[in-house]
Design a protein around this ligand. Structure first.
Ligand code: NAD
Ligand code: UDP
Length: 316
């Protein structure tokens, strides 16, 4: 296949490019580098089966040649990033998704949307099943991301129903691993950076809120399997091993060989209290379940950050 990956220079996108190339496909990576970096894909430069085009996908996408699949991952993804880039986040979820769908339609290609567990908002159903419609505050700070992704899902379904486009929707839950930015503000890289520098770990609220962290190789494997499967309704991709944020901070501290000091900070507005995917559909239909446990995944991620240094890397 010749696969277009939007957001391919980002954290998950770059691993997806590697995975696709490893499976023998050709990849065209489109990215405007707003939160990604060419450092994530520099090892692919010069390969005949990989092409990088710096492009903002909210603008018209023109590509020569055949395209078999479009995997649309472009979007700021960490709360710090989408609060820094609120308009760009809304634009890439809405206009960018429209352009990526338009490309897939004109090339008669399959389309996969990287959606998110954030479509469930601060959920009133737990764990979250794909049938849950969510509990999202449209005018709160997270609304720019959550509503953009909800719009993107609705747009994808409209292309499927109206244009008969062959589409997939992956609802990705918290994913972690090498190539996350140490300064992206998410809990895991923040804790690792703080632990490496011997600083207190900043826990928001009392740390009893939960998340379920999925190692990036599992997420990418799920995205690829979903692309190949004939299943057009949304599918949760995540690791159901739920943990409180306080426990995560302690685990990161242990990994660093320290007893971490915890500094409690105010709880962010609309921050979900719980999150855990129900992965029945992924396991039964995709034959997918996460293979990497948190201990192993954390160790690999920790090593990566240690090698990189606890400071942010120069950009591009
Ligand atoms: P990331 O910020 O590392 O990657 C996103 C990439 O999209 C970046 O390289 C960025 O430069 C690019 N991009 C953004 N706007 C663009 C535009 N207008 N045109 C072209 N490129 C653009 O984030 P990530 O964690 O790798 O997330 C990738 C995708 O997965 C996102 O769509 C995100 O919503 C989704 N997702 C991620 C997680 C997670 O835990 N990481 C969870 C749920 C969903
Ligand atoms: N969080 C925290 N300390 C930090 C960064 C985040 O306690 O330094 C909390 C955050 O409030 C949330 C959880 O950790 O409850 C996960 O946050 P993250 O930004 O990693 O992901 P998301 O909220 O998008 O799931």
């Amino acid at each position: 296949m010749r696969v277009v990956v939007t957001g391919g220079a980002g954290f998950i996108g770059s691993h997806l490019c590697d995975h696709l190339i490893g499976k023998g496909h050709e990849v065209v990576c489109l990215d405007n580098l707003i939160t990604g970096t060419t450092a994530n894909i520099e090892h692919l430069a010069g390969r005949p089966d990989f092409k990088f085009i710096k492009h903002d996908v909210t603008e018209y996408i023109y590509l020569d040649g055949k395209v078999d699949a479009v995997m649309h991952l472009a979007s700021p993804a960490s709360p710090k990033d989408y609060l820094r880039f609120p308009i760009q986040t809304l634009k890439v979820g809405a206009l960018g998704t429209h352009k990526a769908l338009g490309l897939a339609k004109s090339k008669k290609a399959r389309f996969l949307l990287a959606s998110t567990s954030e479509v469930y908002g601060d959920p009133l159903e737990h764990p979250q099943r794909e049938t849950y419609w969510g509990h999202v505050n449209p005018v709160g700070p997270r609304g720019v991301y959550d509503e953009a992704k909800r719009f993107a899902e609705a747009m994808t379904m409209a292309y499927q129903r109206f244009h008969r486009l062959d589409t997939r929707i992956a609802r990705i839950f918290n994913t972690y691993g090498p190539r996350m930015r140490i300064d992206d503000g998410r809990a895991l890289p923040t804790f690792v950076s703080q632990a490496l520098k011997g600083m207190p770990l900043t826990v928001y609220g009392d740390g009893s809120q939960t998340r379920s962290f999925c190692y990036v190789s599992d997420t990418v494997d799920g995205l690829y399997k979903l692309l190949l499967l004939n299943y057009t309704d949304p599918v949760n991709l995540g690791n159901p091993d739920e943990v409180t944020i306080l426990k995560l901070a302690q685990e990161v501290g242990e990994m660093a060989g320290i007893k971490p000091r915890i500094e409690y900070r105010p709880y962010p507005e609309d921050d979900p209290k719980v999150r855990r995917p129900d992965i029945l559909i992924a396991t039964t239909r995709l034959g997918w379940k996460p293979a990497v446990g948190r201990r192993e995944g954390l160790a690999k991620t920790f090593e990566y950050f240690k090698k990189q240094g606890a400071e942010p890397q120069p950009k591009n």
